[in-house]
Design a binder for this molecule. Structure first.
Ligand SMILES: CC(C)CC(=O)SCCNC(=O)CCNC(=O)[C@H](O)C(C)(C)COP(=O)(O)OP(=O)(O)OC[C@H]1O[C@@H](n2cnc3c(N)ncnc32)[C@H](O)[C@@H]1OP(=O)(O)O
Ligand SMILES: Nc1ncnc2c1ncn2[C@@H]1O[C@H](COP(=O)(O)OP(=O)(O)OP(=O)(O)O)[C@@H](O)[C@H]1O
Ligand SMILES: O=C(O)CCC(=O)C(=O)O
Ligand SMILES: [Fe+2]
Ligand SMILES: [Mg+2]
Length: 277
């Protein structure tokens, strides 16, 4: 447990670091891993033995570093998360420890209209309504396939990607989440990212470089973007340009689980809506 406690303590110190209506979730390093004696028909490095994932799904995650599960979170739950987010933006509730972030282009303008100025909220673990996300049995069922049964929510975010004002500041540069995480081991960490509405390239879907979870943690720095870069939105400068980007088109409730070394980002939001995950 020491390793985890240390991770939690550090994360609280660096409490503004890191993750979607998402959670980075880790498990006790020694629990949930398969016993060395158990018979393994195949060597799996990134998934644990369980009867939740099909062999095909397991192989997909091993190979690509992410797995999309369609229609996982109910629309009723998503509506509840959306309502709570709006209450927080209206300052009707102020959960302790919550960080509210604004888009760099919008914070510099005078346009400060409640949820229209909030890019994301982070660390909502003290908000009972939002933290329900991290307790949903359908989420935990899949998380456990990567972390094992002793699960801890390490970082939480609800992202409200604003319409791009023309400066491309709504983009999230290509990065690895492990850059933000002072805890290990990386193979027992997973991110759950749930679409709260239809998401495609128009409103800035998640973009992944499949298979990059097998590589090392790369150096991150602020991208050289002229229109401005949001604070802490570091990117990888030297990613493999031949590595084809895959745009994940997702429907409301679809959830992608991904490895913290997977290189990913998101494009600009060309719509007038606030893309929520
Ligand atoms: C995926 C995951 C693992 C990793 C990620 O998602 S990476 C992103 C992680 N993001 C973070 O950790 C966000 C950190 N956020 C923060 O530190 C805070 O929210 C702040 C951005 C500093 C805002 O704090 P707060 O003091 O409440 O806000 P203020 O409105 O008074 O602004 C203070 C000064 O900061 C500036 N600012 C606010 N928002 C941003 C921004 N998005 N990008 C760049 N600069 C920004 C703001 O203009 C102001 O500067 P001055 O006017 O004082 O020069
Ligand atoms: N050539 C590139 N160099 C560095 N980062 C890039 C490059 N292309 C894309 N990215 C990063 O990957 C993210 C996703 O790329 P994508 O092409 O989907 O976004 P976009 O360029 O904003 O939108 P679109 O191409 O759909 O107009 C971008 O937001 C950016 O962070
Ligand atoms: O949703 C996005 O725009 C990016 C999210 C991201 O990088 C993450 O969830 O780790
Ligand atoms: Fe990320
Ligand atoms: Mg592009």
């Amino acid at each position: 447990m020491d390793q985890l406690r240390a991770g939690v303590r550090l994360r609280i110190v660096l409490g503004h670091l890191g993750h979607p209506l998402a959670a980075a979730i880790v498990a006790h390093p020694t629990s949930g891993t398969s016993s060395p004696a158990s018979f393994q028909p195949q060597q799996f490095q990134y998934t644990l033995d369980n009867n939740v994932l099909s062999l095909e799904q397991r192989k997909f995650y091993e190979e690509n570093g992410y797995l999309v599960i369609k229609n996982l979170v109910s629309h009723a739950d998503i509506q509840r998360f959306r309502s709570e987010f709006e209450r927080i933006c209206r300052k009707e509730v102020r959960p302790p420890g919550l960080m509210v972030m604004k888009d760099v282009a919008i914070v510099k303008s005078e346009q400060n209209l409640s949820e229209k100025s909030v890019t994301k909220i982070q660390d909502f673990q003290e908000d009972e309504e939002l933290f329900r996300y991290c307790t949903l049995p359908e989420i935990l069922k899949y998380v456990e396939c990567f972390t094992g049964p002793n699960i801890m929510a390490m970082h939480t975010m609800l992202i409200n990607k604003p319409p791009d004002v023309g400066k491309k500041t709504s983009r999230h540069p290509l990065h690895q989440d492990l850059h933000y995480f002072p805890f290990r081991p990386s193979n027992l960490i997973v991110c759950a990212w749930t679409a709260m509405e239809h998401i495609d390239r128009n409103n800035g879907c998640l973009v992944v470089l499949p298979g990059t979870h097998k590589g090392p943690l790369k150096p991150h720095d602020y991208p050289q973007w002229e229109g401005g870069v949001n604070i802490m939105y570091h990117g990888i400068q030297d990613y493999e340009k031949n590595n084809a980007r895959v745009h994940l088109v997702m429907e409301k409730g679809d959830t992608v689980f991904f490895h913290p070394l997977l290189i990913h980002g998101s494009g600009r939001n060309r719509t007038q809506g606030f893309r929520k995950v």
